[in-house]
Write a protein that binds this ligand. Structure first.
Ligand SMILES: CC(C)(COP(=O)(O)OP(=O)(O)OC[C@H]1O[C@@H](n2cnc3c(N)ncnc32)[C@H](O)[C@@H]1OP(=O)(O)O)[C@@H](O)C(=O)NCCC(=O)NCCS
Length: 167
């Protein structure tokens, strides 16, 4: 398996990965399927983008991880903070792909001068919470009763990873 930066040629594969996760439900806060343009604008090459790493196994894209400077004016983060999003295809989950993606993201974060990485996760996403905790992220806040697009109300747990405190 290799980890490498995403390119425009990955857009179809990354869209497929995220749409499968959205269709399964219960993990990501996204509920609307992505098209390639939205994938490009949101995760692969947004103006606020720092890094988008792809996991490829035998030529097949099985996951990606995006790191962005804050872009939501209604939810500002402190200076130096960036926010992370991670997606691994369900057939490839639980095999360390996410851990390998984070090793690359962390390097990119340090190179970009990021001090702290935020992960904002649905409180019912047990696998996602365990994933970030296992990487060394610590809880720092909870957003209560934030609706999803379909109106379902779910808390969000916010975790932080401080680059200065990691080896
Ligand atoms: C969360 C996610 C990115 C983890 O990626 P992954 O490749 O499965 O993770 P890894 O195999 O590297 O596992 C790392 C740790 O995560 C946890 N983990 C992974 N899959 C898990 C699962 N299905 N249930 C519980 N914990 C899980 C484990 O603690 C694991 O540590 P371990 O080696 O001590 O068991 C992936 O499962 C995913 O894409 N989920 C759907 C989308 C999502 O929830 N994204 C996160 C919010 S944006």
């Amino acid at each position: 398996m290799i980890i490498r930066p995403a390119t425009a040629t990955d857009l179809a594969d990354l869209t497929h990965v995220i749409n499968e996760i959205i269709a399964l439900g219960g993990s990501t806060a996204h509920q609307r399927p992505f098209d390639q343009k939205r994938m490009q604008d949101h995760y692969v090459a947004p103006p606020s983008g720092i890094s988008c790493q792809v996991a490829e196994d035998n030529g097949r894209v099985i996951g990606f991880q995006s790191l962005l400077w804050p872009r939501n004016d209604s939810d500002p983060l402190p200076a130096g903070w960036a926010t992370i999003a991670s997606f691994v295809a369900s057939q490839a989950a639980g095999k360390g792909v996410g851990q390998k993606l984070f090793a690359a993201t962390r390097q990119a974060a340090a190179a970009a001068g990021v001090t702290t990485i935020d992960a904002t996760i649905r409180a019912d996403n047990v696998a996602g919470l365990r994933y970030y905790t296992g990487l060394g992220f610590a809880d720092y806040d909870r957003l209560v009763a934030i609706p999803l697009r379909d109106g379902t109300v779910v808390d969000r747990i916010r975790k932080r990873f401080d680059l200065s405190m990691s080896a």
